[in-house]
Each structure stands twice: as structure tokens, then as C-alpha cells.
Design a protein around this ligand. Structure first.
Ligand SMILES: [Zn+2]
Length: 271
């Protein structure tokens, strides 16, 4: 059965290569319909036997995430500026319903193909954040929050890094932006079960775990005076973003805010 499934995948890929031909398009549609009958998959949101994300849920997700929002007021562990205001954070949407279902399946259930749904959402939130910068024409470094080594080994991919890479590959951002993998977790920094902990204990568990990388290209970028936007998947208390911010203290860059795919107030900190 597996080899048959692989053969179908190969044929679909071949059809993609010669997509311009009218006959190929017809053949691809027919193959796709046959594959859906032979290897049914459930929608990750509503469970309907269809695509990984059915048309109805895809439409709802598009509508929910159409307007990125500022959410820093809900995350009380974010760093504060001189005026006592939290670092601005823009989210593509709330961590609930379809967005939560898709993000969870993408991150924790190896459904990497769902990145095609998340890429436009992240790109939209990124563009909203870039528009809010005081100097949008100056260089902006997009610094993704790193994956822990253990998580990377288990998943085999870095969810945030992969999405950001695909946003760039699709040319969805202005020319003055670039991705810099400037952060890493310190060796031996283990979060274990406390990673899910929110509130004060959760914050304490993240503190002093991140470092700025020291490779020449990265050090140059971190001394360029550029603006920085941090990128992460989910915002809860803001403790991880605060740690990313702390790790770049003393570098010659201007952290201006963060962009996340989804945000959720921590249960003990809902207003
Ligand atoms: Zn669905």
C-alpha cells in the first residue's frame, strides 16, 4: 500500500513539472481524486474525511487570520521600554479553533505540508509589523526564536525556521528584510516538563537559557545598527521573547518587536 501511495505522489509531482499542458492538468485532477479515495485523510480541524485541511476550515482560517493584531498587553513577561511599555507583538491570530488545530498538527504531528497554510498568515503578520516600524525603510533583521536541540531531534525540522524560510522563498517580504539565525540555546539549558508551565515559574525556567551566536556573518549583522523583529510560533506570557531580547542586549541592534503566528493568554493571567 505504501509503495502505491509513493507511486501516486511521484506521478502527481511529475504532473506538476509539466503543469502547463492542458492534458496534464486533467490527468492530475483525476489522479488526485483517485488518491483521495484510496488514501483518505482527515481534516486536522473538524475531522472530516477530505484533505488535511478541508475547504470549509481553510476558508474559516483565512477569515479569522485576515487581520493581524497587537497582543502585547496580554503577555506580562515581555520586556518593557524606557516608558514602561511592553515590546510590541503582532500575531496572525488567536490560538484557538482552526489556527490552533493547524499549528498543533504542523508542529507536533509531522504535518509539514500544512506550512503552505501558515506561510501566508505569517507573511501577513510580518508585513503588518514592518509597517509599524518607526523607520520601515531601514534594514530589518528577522530573528527566529531557536528550537531546542532535543525538540529538533524529535521533530526533524524547526517549525518557525522552516516557515520563515518559505516566506522568503516565496518573496513575500520587502527587500530590506533578512533572516538572521542569531540565537541559540545554551548547552545544557533544559526546560523539560517545565516548558509548558506558565506564569512566574515558567518565566524562571526560560531565564538565561539563550545566547547570541558568534559566527562572523551573524556578529556583523548584530553590530550593524539594524532593527530587529523576533519571530516565534505561539505567544503566552512572553517569557521566551523576553529571553531572546535579553540575549541580544549589548549588541548594536534595535529590537523593535516580535511577530508570532498565534497568541494565547496564559490561564492564570487572562484579563
Ligand atoms: Zn475541516
Amino acid at each position: 500500500m505504501k509503495s502505491l501511495e509513493r507511486a501516486f505522489e511521484r506521478m502527481l509531482k511529475l504532473c506538476d513539472v509539466v503543469w502547463g499542458w492542458k492534458e496534464t492538468r486533467k490527468l492530475r485532477t483525476a489522479l488526485h481524486a483517485t488518491a483521495a479515495l484510496l488514501f483518505p485523510v482527515q481534516c486536522v480541524c473538524c475531522g472530516r474525511l477530505d484533505e488535511k485541511l478541508c475547504a470549509a476550515c481553510s476558508q474559516t482560517l483565512g477569515a479569522v487570520a485576515i487581520r493581524p493584531q497587537r497582543v502585547e498587553e496580554f503577555a506580562d513577561a515581555l520586556p518593557l521600554n524606557m516608558a514602561g511599555l511592553p515590546m510590541p507583538v503582532i500575531t496572525a491570530g488567536r490560538y484557538e479553533h482552526e489556527l490552533a488545530g493547524v499549528l498543533l498538527s504542523y508542529k507536533n504531528h509531522q504535518m509539514v505540508s500544512l506550512s503552505k497554510v501558515l506561510v501566508p498568515l505569517l507573511a501577513r503578520a510580518l508585513r503588518a509589523a514592518l509597517n509599524e516600524l518607526t523607520d520601515p525603510a531601514r534594514e530589518v533583521l528577522l530573528v527566529p526564536v531557536p528550537s531546542r536541540r532535543k525538540a529538533l531531534a524529535v521533530r526533524g525540522y524547526w517549525p518557525v525556521g522552516l516557515l520563515l524560510h518559505r516566506v522568503f522563498k516565496a518573496h513575500l517580504l520587502p527587500e530590506n528584510t533578512r533572516v538572521v539565525h542569531a540565537l541559540r540555546y545554551a548547552a545544557g539549558a533544559s526546560l523539560g516538563s517545565s516548558q509548558k508551565m506558565r506564569g512566574r515559574r515558567g518565566r524562571a525556567s526560560v531565564h538565561n537559557t539563550m545566547l547570541a551566536r558568534r559566527q562572523p556573518g551573524i556578529s556583523d549583522a548584530l553590530n550593524s545598527g539594524a532593527q530587529v523583529l523576533f519571530i516565534d510560533d505561539v505567544l503566552t506570557t512572553g517569557a521566551t521573547l523576553a529571553e531572546a531580547y535579553r540575549a541580544l542586549q549589548g549588541k548594536c541592534v534595535v529590537p523593535c518587536g516580535a511577530v508570532v503566528i498565534a497568541s494565547t493568554p496564559a490561564p492564570d493571567e487572562k484579563r
